[in-house]
Design a protein around this ligand. Sequence first.
Ligand code: GLU
Length: 304
Amino acid sequence: MQNSSTNNNYIGRFAPSPTGPLHFGSLVAAVGSYLEAKTNHGKWLLRVEDIDPPREVKGATKNIISTLEQFGFEWDEHITYQSRRYEIYQEYIDQLLHRSLAYSCGCSRKEIAKTATRSANGLIYPGTCRIGLGNKEPRSVRLLTENIDINFHDLVQGVIIQNLETESGDYVIKRADGLYAYNLAVVIDDQLSGITDIVRGHDLLACTCQHIYLQRVLHFDTPRYAHLPIAINKSGQKLSKQNLAKEIDTHNKAQALFNALTFLNQNPDKQLLESDLDSIWNWSIENWNIGAIKGVKEKPAIDP
Ligand code: GLU
């Protein structure tokens, strides 16, 4: 299909968690990241974020990959599976502990809830274990943050500023159940895959400053970011597996792709629906304009 020469100046990715099949919201993230990579003659990588077995749904990885294939997505290189990379994550945890940039925390959720302040992003850990565990058993590992503002320019959402101390606090990079946190793995994998551009859902905007802080601590590059609007259901909730978002209908892929483009303000011509999936892809690559989405945070899903 859309074969043109690719370059390494742009490497994008799509990073689904196998917590259920692809729904309209995840299709939008896949389409947006794909088209942005293609129109920049870049690569587009696929990474399965299967680091949270308790939330994983059996068969979801296979299902997601098969749906992407049926839609005609073509990824470069091998698929990365986070579940095969625990040793790498542990090396970075060890490095951060060794450099005193992270510390073991023995607080339970209940203890934290008693003393923590709250920000729009959730509870702010009060830093109790910064000075040591006392007689507590180590549970999680937290990254030591500073009272600084992190800011970046998001291609869709504009300038974002977050104070790490008041809006994030020392956050978990290895969980009390021994699993590696998304906030750690995503930063390591994006760096090791050479990702230059991250296009994903607006729900992840709130943790992006945490990612940038960790990139700086580890002397990693900071990619460019673009956060697309998230799709919400009739009750105003983000489509997710938890609220039983419908699986994308692969019987009518042209319509689903058309809907994703409409959702992303690309204004596709209705006549496109009379042509095949390949023609819609070709139209998308010729006409894609991420600028048309400027500032939109959420929109109702177009999910017939
Ligand atoms: N795995 C995340 C999700 O499915 C996306 C992570 C990312 O794009 O950084 O919501």
